[in-house]
Design a protein around this ligand. Structure first.
Ligand code: SAH
Length: 465
């Protein structure tokens, strides 16, 4: 697990209509804020030494109250106390910081423009599809980046987004009455959005959408639980597939393993119930039976349960045992493949898995030793020529494994490489031979997770310029 930094900002949506806001400043910066606040029907009061044309016009139209030039500290504080928010928006950075300090001393929420340190709230970049609003905040660190992100998100939502929200708002109480159970109701709305009703709304056919909604309400089914076995890839969160992301966003409960990066879990539904079932080598927290039991128990409650695994669920992931248990308990399930460590590590370490010159096949084996320390492997097929061998869970047994391969007939100078923390920023790659790799790994103090590649493909590793 690597550390994440958390911003101390918590985004909220404030109701603004009829709320008094004090703006200190009358230039273009202040005008930009005022325009947005007027749209939200806030009551705007302005102190400023000069007014730009836009603010003058709003003043003439009686859309805001002009209180006069900047007053002294005590009069300004009196006004602040009557307001819910203050924007220190003069063109003078130091003055804004001073005003913010005064507001702070009165315990009023204040935003000093372009000065997150002086402010106790900041305004995000906004994508507005009224009534849907998407706010992008970088915690005050990089407004330009926030604007770039805003541009990207703007492109994702067309004008129908707001209409869909209005439709759902209009029929919200009707649906609540016809479907009082919260979980069932959430599922019904999701099915509506994912089904023909949502498609009709996207095309602007409200009447048709309503018919579909009515159908869902008339034929409500009891919640049916389901389990999704999802491969999360070897580490880099961007290797998560779109399908995995979709199911993570819909999950009620997520059972996850030790090797998962926190960034991947952050992409799951916020209110999902997260259960760590990771197996530490020495301290077994959950047995496989207990995990199977948990999956079944939650699915039987009608939940959508995600079993999230590193890499691919069916490659050294015990996915096979889990689907057997699910099938036996008659729980519907789906498997969503992931990038396995062999693929991920090979790609990020620039080692081809096959190569026309030297590797026509590739074999994945486990290096996990039996209790007596020996490896139960089909050695004859492991040392076959023109083959790449990828060893999962083989760090501890590396030295023994390399010895066995030499004894079985591979030359001591046969190429071998090991990738630690593959696909992550801290990835390390060590290349050598069967004879010297174990010593090199010891010297470098390599730790799990690590994956070993054996074969001439290692020589084709190229460092990108
Ligand atoms: N289902 C997983 C494998 C689970 S077994 C998959 O398909 O990838 C766990 C082993 O996978 C680890 O001991 C290690 O050998 C390998 N592994 C997983 N993630 C890794 C990573 N980021 N870097 C190197 N090896 C990794």
């Amino acid at each position: 697990m690597h550390a994440t930094t958390t911003s101390s900002y918590f985004p909220i949506s404030l109701r603004m209509n009829g709320v008094k806001i004090l703006i200190v400043g009358g230039g273009l910066i202040a005008a930009r804020k005022i325009r947005f606040l007027l749209e939200k029907q806030a009551i705007i009061e302005v102190f400023a030494n000069d007014l730009c044309a836009g603010i003058k016009q709003w003043k003439q139209e009686n859309r805001l109250k002009f209180l006069g030039p900047l007053p002294d500290e005590s009069r300004l504080k009196d006004h602040m106390r009557q307001c819910r928010l203050v924007f220190a928006a003069t063109d003078d950075h130091a003055k804004n910081a001073e005003i913010a300090e005064w507001a702070n001393s009165c315990n009023i929420l204040v935003c000093a423009i372009d000065d997150p340190h002086a402010s106790n709230f900041i305004t995000p970049a906004i994508i507005d599809r009224d009534p849907v609003q998407i706010a992008v905040s970088t915690g005050g660190t990089a407004p330009v980046l926030a604007r770039r992100l805003r541009e990207t998100i703007e492109g994702l939502f067309n004008h129908t987004t707001g209409k869909i929200a209005l439709f759902m708002g209009k029929y919200r109480s009707m649906v609540r009455n016809a479907c009082p159970d919260l979980k069932q109701r959430q599922r019904l709305w999701e099915n509506f959005l994912d089904g023909p009703g949502g498609a009709a709304l996207h095309q602007g056919y409200e009447k048709k959408a309503l018919d579909h909604l009515q159908l869902l309400l008339d034929y409500q089914k009891p919640l049916q639980g389901e389990v999704y076995l999802i491969g999360a890839g070897p580490g880099d969160p961007d290797l998560l597939t779109l399908k995995a992301l979709h199911y993570l966003q819909n999950a009620d409960t997520i059972l996850y393993d030790r090797l998962l990066s926190p960034e991947i879990l952050q992409r799951a539904r916020r209110d999902a119930n997260l259960i760590f079932v990771g197996k530490q080598k020495s301290q077994h927290r959950f047995s496989q039976d207990e995990i199977n039991h948990l999956l079944i128990e939650h699915a039987q409650k009608g939940e959508r349960v995600v079993r999230l695994k590193g890499g691919d669920p069916l490659i050294f992931g015990r996915g096979g045992e889990e689907i057997e248990a699910l099938a036996k308990a008659q729980i519907p399930f789906q498997i969503i493949p992931g990038v396995t460590a062999a693929n991920g590590c090979a790609a990020y370490a620039n080692i081809p898995l096959t190569h026309r010159d030297c590797a026509q096949s590739c074999i994945f084996i486990t290096g996990h030793a039996k209790k007596d320390g020996t490896l139960d492997l089909p050695w004859k097929s492991v040392i076959r020529p023109n083959q790449t061998v990828v060893i999962y869970m083989g760090l501890e047994s590396l030295s023994y494994l390399c010895k066995c391969l030499i004894q079985e007939g591979l030359p001591p100078n046969w190429p071998a490489a090991i990738v630690e923390n593959g696909t992550l920023p801290e990835q390390r790659v060590i290349a050598g031979t069967l004879a010297n790799l174990p010593e090199k790994v010891l010297q470098a103090g390599l730790k799990s997770p690590a994956l070993t590649f054996i074969g001439e493909v290692v020589l084709h590793r190229k460092i990108s310029t």
